[in-house]
Design a protein around this ligand. Structure first.
Ligand code: PMP
Length: 351
């Protein structure tokens, strides 16, 4: 505590990201992609002229935004980019959710949202999930400063259809509805086509998961020109050069390789389903998943002990033990070999 801090910082429970261990562990704790990025990314990295780093990057990140606009079939003015979707989300909270009313979000969702609420002095209305651990979209009425949820949700991994989200958007028209699609490429259904019809819909996405570029820190938002202009206003006050030239070049190279992208996510989906079956066979309750992770618990084995047992044998997963989410493990989908090792250790621990 310090008297120099703003009051909101005193109150703040900072977001603690998953551990990035120094030793070589099988790392299944932060939902990174186990496969390398598209080969074109490495080529672009090797060929990038170091002399370009002498100059400031394009403050509008035009080339990257154009590439994203082509990818998603929107106008370039409907695309916003930032340093990871975490930064895009922070700017969106400031641009859209500071109306002096509570922000509606699921009671269990990405734990960064409550941190931003605390930081920006936004009250939170947490809405319970249904008995299948799904977000109850009908509970959102838009009578607050806005609506935010992840689709598929984290860490519960369930995704709603585009039709479900359209139904919500027909009801909530006065405030921004932010759909965080960090995990949508692993079997979810994107809300991006709805952007054309709903000026209050903002969809965020990231290069960290399905594009294997978490280290690059690149995220984006798609929405009406009106919403993108709101984000630009806030951004310009903080950081007029959001994306560095090298990151832009590498992200564009990633977008150019559709084949690698599709093959990589298919592989992860296949491994996920295989892993789910094997975990279920070991007695785990395994939630359905449309993401690159699974949420599980064992009726007979304490999650904290399983976490420690895995860690001792070189495997890192994420342990959740909150009031809303008791005794769960979230396991990122790695390579087939990594998942084989995980199952072997569980076979030992769950005997
Ligand atoms: N949204 C959700 C739901 C996430 O789980 C994450 C990753 N922790 C992010 C956004 C942020 O991803 P990034 O900043 O790497 O784009």
């Amino acid at each position: 505590m310090s008297e120099f801090w703003s009051p909101a910082v005193h109150e703040l429970t900072p977001y603690v990201p998953g551990e990035q261990p120094r030793e070589r562990l099988i790392k299944l704790n932060t939902n990174e992609n186990p496969y390398p990025p598209a080969p074109g990314v490495e080529t672009a990295l090797r060929e990038f002229p170091a002399d370009h780093l002498r100059l400031y990057p394009d403050p509008e990140s035009r080339a990257l935004r154009e590439a994203l606009a082509r990818e998603f079939g929107v106008e370039v003015e409907q695309v916003f980019v930032g340093n990871g979707s975490d930064e895009v989300l922070a700017l969106a909270f400031q641009a859209f959710f500071c109306h002096g009313q509570p922000l509606q979000m699921p009671a269990i969702t990405y734990s960064f949202y409550p941190v931003y609420c605390q930081l920006y002095g936004i009250e939170r209305q947490a809405l319970a999930l249904d008995d299948q651990w799904r977000i109850d979209l009908d509970a959102f009425d838009g009578n607050g400063s806005g609506v935010i949820f992840a689709n598929p949700n984290a860490p519960t991994a369930h995704g709603h259809s585009q039709a479900d989200i359209a139904r919500l958007l027909r009801r909530v028209t006065e405030r921004v509805v932010l759909v965080d699609e960090a995990y949508v490429d692993f079997g979810g259904e994107s809300a991006i086509p709805l952007v054309a019809d709903y000026p209050n819909l903002l969809v965020t996405g990231t290069f960290s998961k399905s594009r294997s570029l978490a280290g690059l820190r690149l995220g984006y938002a798609l929405g009406s020109r009106e919403l993108i202009e709101g984000l630009e206003r806030v951004k310009d006050s903080f950081n007029s050069y959001p994306i560095d030239s090298l990151a832009s070049a590498l992200a564009i190279a990633s977008l150019e390789d559709r084949e690698h992208f599709d093959a990589c996510r298919e592989r992860i989906i296949t491994t996920r389903e295989r892993t789910r079956q094997r975990l279920a066979a070991l007695g785990f309750e395994v939630l359905p998943s449309q993401a690159n992770f699974v949420l599980v618990r064992h009726p007979e084995h304490d999650a904290a002990q399983l976490f420690v047992g895995l860690r001792e044998r070189g495997i890192l997963v994420r342990h959740f033990n909150t009031e809303a989410l008791r005794d769960f493990l979230r396991i990122s989908i790695g390579t087939d070999d990594e998942m084989d090792s995980l199952i072997e250790v569980f076979e030992l621990l769950c005997r």
